[in-house]
Design a protein around this ligand. Structure first.
Ligand SMILES: O=C(O)COP(=O)(O)O
Ligand SMILES: [Mg+2]
Length: 214
């Protein structure tokens, strides 16, 4: 059996809400629109940028007709503003190093747009860990459709998925894939209410959980 471990990005490997909020805020203010708080933005992360921006426009009471321009401007700032390497969650880098050294294939399955994902991986130095990177606009569908997890297999026979949100739990459930829930990310639902195989709050525990659940 060969195993690939698929990782979500925002709220799982990096605490990226500040970066996302910066991009959206810049775009909104350039357009003369009201801005959103960082906390509200965090609640919108997980289903991809197009849905996040729809929620932002609804939240500020602005018409969806602004969506295309808001999207263009947000992407400009999102990709143009470097991600801080310190935004990688504590212990995540060591856990990825450990899993990679054990010979596991690692795949990134994120709803973040692929261009922003690649820039973020490069800025934070996480790019070297991943054999495959699949972004929110890489396939015709995005999470919670499980297609991304199947694409992550790429010849492996089994995938184990690590994520933080309602979207990730639903993706894993629909794909019938074991799911390890990182509890310190952006979920708004109590952990007990989210389907998961096991959960962890400290990345030091992840390699051990992988051994148990592979
Ligand atoms: O861009 C998003 O909405 C979320 O991205 P994620 O899938 O890495 O959590
Ligand atoms: Mg996430």
């Amino acid at each position: 059996m060969s195993l690939t471990i698929a990782f979500d990005l925002d709220g799982t490997l990096i605490d990226s809400v500040g970066h996302i909020h910066h991009g959206v805020s810049q775009a909104l203010s350039e357009m003369g629109l009201p801005t959103v708080s960082r906390a509200d933005t965090q609640g919108f992360v997980g289903r991809g940028l197009p849905i996040l921006l729809q929620q932002v426009l609804d939240h500020i009471g602005a018409p969806q007709a602004h969506h295309a321009e808001l999207s263009r401007r947000t992407m400009f700032h999102y990709v143009g503003t470097p991600s801080d390497p310190a935004s990688v969650y504590p212990g995540a880098r060591d856990a990825l190093t450990d899993l990679k050294a054990q010979g596991f294939r690692l795949t990134l399955c994120t709803n973040k747009p692929i261009e922003a994902s690649r820039a973020c991986l490069r800025d934070t130095g996480l790019d070297k860990f991943f054999d495959i990177v699949i972004g929110g606009d890489s396939l015709p569908t995005r999470k919670p459709d499980p297609e991304m997890l199947f694409a992550a297999l790429d010849g492996a026979t089994q995938v184990l998925y690590v994520g933080d949100s309602e979207t990730d739990a639903e993706t894993a459930q629909r794909g019938q894939v074991p799911f390890l829930l990182y509890t310190e990310g952006y979920r708004t639902t109590p952990v007990e209410a989210l389907p998961h195989t096991a959960r962890f709050s400290d990345f030091a525990d992840l390699p051990g959980l992988v051994q148990i659940h592979m």
